[in-house]
Design a protein around this ligand. Structure first.
Ligand code: FMN
Length: 382
């Protein structure tokens, strides 16, 4: 693997290695890509109010989450295409996460068996299962029950995708997850012979292309499933009854929704706009973080994602009041750049940068961070 000094280096290596169709699937958002850029810009605009002359010789990145001490505030976000970033990409990222003590979130549309992920993450911080609910709820409940039986610590219900987003570039590129052979995609893949040999070739020699691995047998045998637009609070109640672990709602951008989630006994909300991938006219998730924290953070866990590329981004979210953060593309870039070692490098870069940023703002533990460490006039919603 080539040296990578920051997440942007890994991103550039990923861009050079991946076929254009797969690169765009990972990197782009939806429609006009306004929100992906806005997530980054809104995070970058926030400025710290750094303190000096404090002894910051040793810095502790650990946090308390769901009653357990965690090595760092990072959690791997669910991304349903990691197996195309590199050969067995989901296992690579799960392995890197486990070694670093990060929970790994497995997407509904994953192509690695849940049992494999449970095994890989057993000696680390375990796995969280992400769910899109289908119209046939009985099929969704089968996945939920399986996650529970395999010891998933948390169930993440993604609530920001009631219908499939407009990602015109994927249609233009012949791209879908899992991939299906077509001339447009074949042309894109042929431009990257290295990827074709190292990823596609290895799959062909090892049982074939990645396919959904965690759908119930009825679906795998030719049934059709799409996200249900009828998901409601009734489903939340059913999941609360059904799943014994922590229940998290992902994709919350509204304080009233967060308050309602708290009222339903949900364990946490993930303030996220899906990395800018669902609705191009949504706010940056950092723009609504403060109001959601103010509404519910004393009663439930608040996790932030969308746009984290630097350790200082992590500190900004925590200073506003998030308890932890999720990273999506950062470890996908790493996996594309260098498999498991690349995913581990992405995590290591962010941890190093968190440590550096802590010293620069003048804290030795993340618990010390609060809004007084931020220039209030630069924080949206304050
Ligand atoms: C390629 C890709 C696939 C994703 N797939 C899912 C998914 O299946 N379910 C889900 O809830 N979120 C999915 N997400 C969103 C991530 O979980 C996360 O919210 C987002 O990546 C965070 O933004 P970041 O990439 O800027 O860190 C996906 C993101 C990417 C980049």
């Amino acid at each position: 693997m080539k040296p990578a000094y920051n997440i942007w280096d890994l991103r550039e290596q990923a861009r050079r290695k991946l076929p254009g169709a797969i690169w765009e699937f990972i990197e782009r958002g939806t429609e006009d890509d306004i929100l992906t850029a806005h997530n980054n810009a809104a995070l970058r605009r926030i400025r710290f109010d750094p303190r000096t002359l404090r002894d910051v010789t040793t810095r502790d990145l650990s946090i308390e989450l769901f009653g357990k001490r965690r090595a760092s505030p990072l959690i791997i976000a669910p991304t349903g295409i990691a197996d195309l970033a590199c050969f067995r990409g989901e296992s690579c990222i799960a392995g890197a996460a486990a070694a670093a003590g990060l929970p790994f979130s497995l997407a509904t549309s994953s192509t690695t068996g849940m049992d494999t992920i449970a095994r890989i993450t057993r000696d680390g911080a375990g796995f969280w299962q992400q769910m899109y609910l289908w119209e046939r709820r009985d099929l969704s409940w089968q996945v939920v029950d399986r996650a529970a039986s395999l010891g998933a610590e948390a169930l993440i219900v993604t609530v920001d995708t009631p219908v499939w987003p407009n990602r015109e570039f994927n249609r233009r590129n012949g791209m879908a997850n899992p991939i299906r052979a077509n001339p447009l995609l074949a042309w894109s893949i042929m431009q990257r012979p290295g990827w074709m040999a190292a990823v596609l070739g290895r799959y062909m020699l090892n049982g074939g292309l990645p396919a959904f691995a965690n759908y119930p047998a009825e679906v795998a045998n030719g049934g059709r499933v799409t996200n249900s637009p009828s998901v409601s609070w009734q489903d939340v109640e059913e999941l609360k009854r059904r799943f014994p672990g922590k229940l998290l709602l992902k994709g919350m951008l509204n304080r009233e929704d967060a308050l309602r989630a708290a009222g339903h006994g949900v364990d946490g909300v993930i303030v996220s706009n899906h990395g800018g991938r669902t609705f191009d006219a949504s706010p940056a998730s950092i723009e609504v973080l403060a109001e959601i924290v103010d509404a519910v953070a004393d009663r439930m866990t608040v996790i932030f994602d969308s746009g984290i590329r630097r350790g200082s981004d992590v500190l900004k979210a925590i200073a506003i009041g998030a308890h932890a953060v999720m990273i999506g593309r950062a470890t996908l870039y790493g996996a594309a750049a260098g498999g498991r070692a690349g995913a581990a490098r992405a995590i290591a870069i962010l941890k190093e940068e968190i440590g550096t940023a802590m010293a620069m703002v003048g804290v030795t533990t993340l618990d010390e961070l609060d809004r007084s460490f931020l220039r209030r006039d630069t924080v949206p919603g304050l």
